[in-house]
Design a protein around this ligand. Structure first.
Ligand code: GTP
Length: 416
């Protein structure tokens, strides 16, 4: 048995060895059962230029058809097309374990002649998901919060064999503090093994040089050797050279496999010697799904939340982290709170004032406009009345001019 005394002002931690069975060794089993009951959820976003095989890869990953048949594009239509975000959700089950999968596709990304702002919609979508979560957290009833935050972003790199494009760098720099980025080399069957190796190292060099953070497995002290080795093997393949296809083709040895058939041979999707698809699937689903979710919740979302609340003028109360000696006295803290409250009130007042002034200005403008309209209508009516008056005057004059003749005629008639 060992007893550890805490520093002054800190709680005392007592470490003791058990003399018999208590039962908490069963806690992981409780957790396991609970997880199975609740199911898991994963929200993936795919980002990449149009036609890089995003939808195909997602369907290959989950071995199911998620998208309907694609409509062919009209010639010349591409330039006018705007970027739209498309979200597909599916509930899948494997050996009694349920996974609620959401795939957010960004079709047409990078399609324009000028792509300067084409990534903004993607960032807005990620932010909107964070905002929705923050709103839900702040509601009085927050028993069930739907986690729509993006847990992983598969970033598709064109198989050019050169290095990252300027657009890739811009987009990745905007994304990396908001989502877990998993870079993949799309349609890697277009490059030879040597080209792929060189391309991968250039991409990694670019990523390091630009200070872009991609998803890395966290290292834990209690990870066993096997887990460490598995992680190393998976991440040694990053950026993952992928090939997508849900079609079954016949391999050389007669087996029916998922792959792509070429005049010179067959590329097998699930063959680790042909591409890194298996490793990518392993990372996303088998080994790091929970890490992706955890990093999203504990780091990426927390950072977003802090920035957002600071932007709204909220201040962290650090007194709770101070030891007794350092803590502010009650009255000082109270004063601080009052001054903060006053500042908030002043801010609200000035905001209300400016809104009020704006409303008054708008009303004045409206009144001025209707006054001008009234005046114009009055003027127009006056002109119309004047014209009518003149016409009547004219008719009266004409009648008066005609009257003697009429009278004469009447006289003649009466004489007869
Ligand atoms: P958008 O939704 O228009 O952005 O396209 P996408 O990125 O979802 O691409 P999609 O999956 O529709 O694939 C476009 C074409 O590329 C299809 O003809 C696919 O068969 C083909 N394709 C998909 N994956 C691969 C691959 O790994 N290698 C090769 N060579 N072709 C592929």
């Amino acid at each position: 048995n060992s007893i550890e005394r805490g520093a002054p002002g800190k709680p005392v931690i007592v470490q003791k060895k058990l003399n018999g069975y208590v039962g908490f060794a069963n806690l992981p089993n409780q957790w396991h059962r609970k997880s199975i009951r609740k199911g898991f959820s994963l929200n993936i976003m795919v980002v990449g230029e149009s036609g890089l095989g995003k939808s195909t890869l997602i369907e290959t990953l989950f071995n199911m058809s998620l998208y309907g048949p694609k409509t062919p594009r009209q010639p010349g239509h591409e330039l006018a097309k705007t970027i739209e975000i498309e979200s597909v959700t599916a509930d899948i089950e494997e050996n009694g374990v349920r996974l609620h999968l959401t795939v957010v596709d960004t079709p047409g990304f990078g399609d324009f002649v000028n792509n300067t702002d084409s990534w903004k919609t993607i960032i807005d979508n990620i932010d909107a998901r964070f905002d929705a979560y923050l709103d839900a957290e702040n509601k009085p009833n927050r028993v069930v919060i739907n986690d729509d935050r993006i847990h992983a972003c598969i970033y598709f790199i064109q198989p050019t064999g050169h290095s990252l494009s300027a657009l890739d760098i811009t987009v990745l720099k905007q994304l990396h503090r908001k989502v877990n980025i998993i870079p993949v080399i799309a349609k890697s069957d277009m490059l030879t093994d040597e080209e792929l190796l060189a391309f991968k190292s250039r991409i990694l060099a670019d990523i390091a040089h630009q200070g872009i953070e991609i998803f890395q497995p966290p290292k834990y002290d209690n990870d066993d050797e096997e887990t460490q080795l598995e992680n190393e093997e998976i991440f040694a393949k990053s950026p993952f050279a992928v090939v997508g296809s849900s079609n079954l083709v016949q391999a050389k040895d007669g087996r029916m496999i998922r792959g792509r058939s070429y005049p010179w041979g067959v590329i097998e999707v699930d063959n680790e010697e042909h591409c890194d698809f298996v490793k990518l699937r392993q990372l996303l689903i088998r080994t790091h799904l929970e890490e992706l979710r955890e990093r999203t919740a504990n780091q990426l979302y927390e950072q977003y939340r802090t920035n957002k609340l600071l932007e709204l003028g909220m201040v962290q109360d650090t007194s709770v982290f101070m030891s007794e000696g350092e803590a502010l006295s009650n009255s000082a803290r109270l004063e601080q709170e009052i001054s903060l409250h006053k500042m908030k009130l002043a801010k609200m007042e000035s905001e209300m004032k400016s809104v009020f002034q704006q409303k008054v200005a708008e009303k004045e403008q409206k009144l001025k406009r209707s006054e001008a309209e009234l005046f114009a209508r009055h003027h127009e009516m006056k002109q119309q009345l004047e014209a009518q008056r003149l016409e009547l005057e004219e008719r009266k004059a004409r009648l008066e001019h005609d009257r003697p003749v009429e009278e004469k005629k009447t006289k003649k008639f009466s004489l007869r």
